[in-house]
Ligand binder design. Structure first.
Ligand SMILES: [Fe+2]
Length: 303
């Protein structure tokens, strides 16, 4: 079966309580556990114990976790990571609350990745028997679940090879400098589900986070999210807009620590047999679609 999804991200926050307030009351996550120096959150439509852990100190990503389908997958991936030249280590059950034993590895991109099979099951806010389409009363935006993350890597091609050859991901989109033989891979969008991507890597400093994204229902939810972000004085740094690349409907904002979040809906579906879509850097303005001329026109043009 292999990897099921991006299960969790641990990110740093300078001011844990202020950041808690944003994730709990602006985005509408549930705070499910407090430990000294750690806050655990889940979305209303998620089954597992948590998808977000806030840890103290600055901003950025501490680690991320991929949930696998079976214990046998852990052994298989551990061997594959070793064959790739990496140094996976076993992690014990309970090192992170509610998460069972797994495999931890530092990627060539500098990120710490964990593979795990077991995590405590809490269930969603609407359950499994005749569930309503959403909870009737819910604070803030009410994001339903973690969707994907975009990380930086010095060598995206190496990361793409690792995720496809060892971990069973497929590539939905690639950004290259040129389609010819001299073209260089700038970014890669990787999936194991039927979404446009579960993880993506773009060329940049090792170990950094560009953003992690939450799932919204549709374009109207993106618009409503923008209203709530504005009400709560959250810095909106892009959108609402439509991506050419992935066709996602989107808005980006910053949490109080400066970590970038995307609130995302409506992206193209994928399947393992679909061809990879290629974008070239000279056409990147079309990747972010409606707002591509916004800055230069809106802020510099008068008639
Ligand atoms: Fe994204």
């Amino acid at each position: 079966m292999g990897i099921l999804r991006l299960g969790y991200v641990h990110v740093r926050a300078q001011d844990l309580e202020r950041t808690r307030d944003y994730y709990e009351n602006t985005l509408g996550l549930s705070l499910v556990r407090r430990e000294p120096g750690r806050l655990f959150f889940k979305g209303w439509d998620e089954w597992d114990h948590h998808h977000l852990v806030l840890e103290p100190g600055g901003a950025g990503i501490v680690k991320f976790g991929l949930k696998v389908a079976s214990p046998e997958d852990l052994e298989r991936f551990e061997a594959g990571l070793e064959r790739f030249g990496l140094a996976p280590r076993r992690m014990s059950a309970g090192e992170t609350y509610a998460v069972g034993e797994g495999v931890r590895v530092v990627l060539p991109s500098g990120h710490t990745m964990e593979l795990y099979h077991d995590i405590e099951f809490l269930g969603t806010a609407v359950g499994t028997l005749n569930p309503p389409p959403r909870p009737r009363h819910w604070p803030g935006v009410g994001v339903s679940r973690l969707d994907h993350a975009l990380l930086t890597a010095e060598d995206p091609a190496l990361i793409e090879r690792l995720f496809t050859e060892v971990l069973g991901f497929h590539v939905s989109h690639r950004l290259v400098t040129d389609v010819g033989p001299k073209g260089r891979l700038v970014a890669t969008w990787l999936f194991v589900t039927h979404k446009s991507h579960d993880l993506a890597f773009i060329q940049g400093q090792p170990g950094k986070l560009h953003h992690f994204a939450y799932r919204l229902l549709d374009w109207d939810a993106v618009r409503r999210a923008g209203e709530i972000l504005s009400m709560d004085d959250v810095p909106v740094v892009f959108g609402p807009d439509v991506h050419g690349l992935t066709r996602g409907q989107t808005i980006y904002c910053l949490d109080p620590a400066g970590n970038r979040n995307e609130l995302f809906a409506g992206d193209v579906e994928t399947a393992a047999d679909f061809p990879t879509i290629t974008w070239t850097t000279d056409q990147i303005r079309h990747a972010s679609y409606i707002a591509r001329f916004l800055r230069e026109h809106h802020f510099s043009s008068v008639t």
